[in-house]
Design a protein around this ligand. Structure first.
Ligand code: FES
Length: 109
């Protein structure tokens, strides 16, 4: 059975992310809703390996356009995890496949 991450309503459009641990990989991760769709990534910046959050669950920049790493300010596209500005430009966050159905967000099998 797939690991449940959270209820759908916990992920508000461009709001706080939900932090979780990937059950198989034992990795800190987060899920976020952006343009109506849920995306999830390992919570590890490709630059120095720190978690992105500037406050727990806060991973979007001030305009809620990009994911941002709190350590050195790298910006990532929420839809792909690609770094478009900052010291790791061209690298990507590790994406995690998720599905949303019946009011829940789960890891994809
Ligand atoms: S650790 Fe994320 S930009 Fe440096």
């Amino acid at each position: 059975m797939s690991q449940r991450i959270c209820t759908s309503e916990m992920l508000v459009e461009k709001g706080l992310s939900v932090r979780f641990e990937h059950s198989d990989l034992a990795l800190p991760a987060f899920a976020i809703r952006y343009d109506g769709k849920v995306y999830a990534y390992q919570n590890r910046c490709p630059h120095r390996g720190t978690e992105l959050d500037w406050e727990p669950g806060e991973v979007l920049d001030g305009d809620a356009e990009y994911l941002i790493c709190a350590t050195h300010g790298a910006l990532f596209k929420p839809e792909t995890g690609l770094c478009v500005m900052g010291p790791c430009k061209g690298a990507s966050l590790q994406s995690i496949s998720v599905i949303e159905a019946d009011g829940s967000v789960k890891l994809a099998e």
